[in-house]
Design a protein around this ligand. Structure first.
Ligand code: ADP
Length: 201
């Protein structure tokens, strides 16, 4: 079975992905794929250099992330152009990885699954990790390099809690939940979705 895993920034999505991996699922991480596409020699780099100019490419041939983030933040059309390059490549690589996976459950970890709409037809279930915006802020502010302004910008660029919950087949409310309880909730879902081997706590 193929499922989509999503959640707002700081929701605990990556933590849940780790537990799903532990349960025996194969995780296809679209963020990792996206980064690989834009490292030196990455498959997206020729198109990025052609469309945005070499000033968006670092000396070693990677995407200049800070510069692109600034542009995409202020220029919606540029953001769309970048997505038009990256999204088909991300999807293709994710599907290749899913084909190669030898696991009862394949999990596509997609931060913007609800926003993009491209993933829903490709997965049997959507699992949303949910928490309050206050909890998201508190968690993300612990990360090095995150200012309150950057957190608000990231929150504003993502779907609302309600939109995400409306798109979900299953929701884990990860708020005030001890990690052990989160883990066991994830393990039961994984078992229900085909992972037979449950590791002991
Ligand atoms: P996301 O991938 O959704 O941005 P993470 O899984 O990285 O979020 O979680 C954000 C932070 O919150 C991490 O430091 C993680 O360890 C912590 N965290 C997530 N869920 C819990 C929880 N139930 N209890 C304690 N800490 C948590």
């Amino acid at each position: 079975m193929r499922i989509g895993l999503t959640g707002g920034i700081g929701s605990g999505k990556s933590t849940v992905a780790g537990f799903l991996r532990e349960a025996g699922a194969a995780i296809v991480d679209t963020d990792v794929i996206s980064r690989a596409l834009t490292t030196p020699g990455g498959a997206a780099m020729p198109a990025i250099a052609q469309q945005f100019g070499v000033e968006f490419v670092t000396a070693d041939g990677a995407l200049d992330r800070d510069r692109m983030r600034a542009l995409a933040f202020s220029d919606t059309a540029a953001k769309r152009r970048l997505e038009a390059i990256l999204h088909p490549l991300i999807t293709a690589e994710a599907l290749t990885q899913a084909e190669a996976a030898r696991a009862p459950l394949v999990v596509f970890d997609v931060p913007l699954l609800v926003e993009s709409g491209r993933w829903r037809p490709r997965v049997a279930r959507v699992l949303v990790i949910d928490c309050t915006v206050e909890t998201q802020r508190a968690r993300v502010l612990q990360r090095p390099g995150w200012t309150p302004e950057r957190v608000e910008g990231a929150l504003a660029a993502q779907a609302t809690r309600e939109a995400r919950r409306a798109a979900a087949d299953a929701v884990i409310l990860n708020d005030g939940l001890p990690l052990a309880a989160l883990r066991s909730e994830v393990m039961s879902l994984a078992a229900r979705w085909g992972c037979e081997t449950m590791t002991t706590p």
